[in-house]
Design a protein around this ligand. Structure first.
Ligand code: PAF
Length: 281
C-alpha cells in the first residue's frame, strides 16, 4: 500500500491507471474499525484499485464537539488498511484541503435538515464539502459509505447527483459488535457502564421492528417502544424517529411497500451515538 500526502502525488499515482482500472474510494476520518475495513474489502472486491482517505475534517464538527480529541493513530490505521488490501492511503493535510482563502461550501438543503441536522446544523455542510473535495481529488468510479451514517449517505448521494458527479455512491451494511452495538470510532469514548448501556440502541430498534412484524403500523407506537428501551438506561435521547427512507420525511403510518428508516441518536455522558435500521413493511 502506498501512502500519499498531497493531491499532486495522488494524481501521479492514479493517472496511469484511470483509463484501464476501476477505482473504488473509501473516505474516513481514521480511528478505523471493522466497519471501515468492511467498506475497503467490498471496494476491493468490486474494483481494481482501492483508495482510502484519512482526514479528520474540521468543518463537520461544531465548536464544542470532539474535533481536537478525535482519536488519531496513523500507523495503526495504515496497518489496518494494508491488511484489508487498500492500494493507496490518501492522507491530506488541512493546509491543502482548506488553504488560506478557501470560501466554498456545498449545501444539500433538505436532506441535511432533519435527524442529525437538528442538533448538528453545521454537520452535513461540512461533510458534503469535504466529500466533494475528496471526490475531486480521487475521481473514483465508486464511493463507499456505511449505513450507520444513513443520512450522510443520502446527503452525499444527492450532492453527487445534483453536481453531475459521475461517481456511483454505494452503501454497505452496518457492522456490529457481538452484543449488537454498531461499530463507531466514538465507542472508544464510552465508560465501561456506558458501553454496556449503549447496547440499548440496537435493542430499541429491534423491539420496534418486532412490534412492526406483529402488525403495529402506527409510528408513534413504534417510537414509544424505541424510547422505552433507552429510558431504562442513563442515555439521553436526541431523536428516536421513523422517517421515509428516501426523503427522511416523517412517517405517521407505515405502509406496505414503502421503505422506512428507524433512526436513533442517544447521548451517553458526552458521547453521542447513532444507529438505524431499514424496514420494508
Ligand atoms: O463518515 C465519515 O467518517 C466522514 O463523515 C467522512 C465521510 C469521511 C467525511 O469526512
Amino acid at each position: 500500500m502506498k501512502t500519499v500526502r498531497s493531491i499532486a502525488s495522488l494524481e501521479a499515482a492514479l493517472k496511469p491507471l484511470r483509463s484501464k482500472k476501476s477505482i473504488g474510494f473509501v473516505p474516513t476520518m481514521g480511528a478505523l474499525h471493522e466497519g471501515h475495513l468492511s467498506l475497503v474489502r467490498l471496494a476491493k472486491k468490486q474494483n481494481d484499485v482501492v483508495v482510502a482517505s484519512i482526514f479528520v475534517n474540521p468543518t463537520q464538527f461544531g465548536p464544542k464537539e470532539d474535533f481536537k480529541k478525535y482519536p488519531r493513530n496513523l500507523s495503526k490505521d495504515a496497518a489496518l488498511l494494508k491488511s484489508a488490501k487498500a492500494d493507496i492511503l490518501f492522507y491530506p493535510s488541512a493546509a491543502e484541503m482548506y488553504p488560506e482563502g478557501f470560501q466554498t461550501s456545498v449545501t444539500v438543503s433538505e436532506l441535511a435538515k432533519p435527524l442529525c441536522g437538528l442538533s448538528r446544523p453545521w454537520h452535513f455542510g461540512g461533510v458534503a464539502t469535504v466529500v466533494a473535495k475528496l471526490l475531486g481529488a480521487v475521481k473514483p468510479d465508486t464511493l463507499y459509505l456505511g449505513q450507520k451514517d444513513y443520512q450522510q449517505f443520502l446527503v452525499v448521494e444527492r450532492m453527487a447527483r445534483d453536481l453531475n458527479l459521475t461517481v456511483h455512491v454505494k452503501m454497505a451494511p452496518i457492522v456490529r459488535e457481538k452484543d449488537g452495538l454498531a461499530m463507531s470510532s466514538r465507542n472508544a469514548y464510552l465508560s465501561v457502564t456506558e458501553r454496556k448501556e449503549a447496547t440499548a440502541l440496537n435493542r430499541a430498534l429491534l423491539s420496534a421492528k418486532k412490534l412492526l412484524s406483529k402488525g403495529e403500523r402506527n409510528a408513534a407506537a413504534l417510537k414509544t417502544a424505541m424510547r422505552r428501551e433507552i429510558a431504562a438506561t442513563s442515555g439521553r435521547i436526541d431523536y428516536a424517529e421513523i422517517v421515509d427512507a428516501r426523503t427522511l420525511a416523517d412517517v405517521l403510518v407505515l405502509k406496505k411497500g414503502s421503505k422506512a428508516l428507524f433512526a436513533l441518536a442517544v447521548r451517553f455522558g458526552k458521547t453521542r451515538l447513532i444507529d438505524n435500521i431499514l424496514v420494508n413493511p
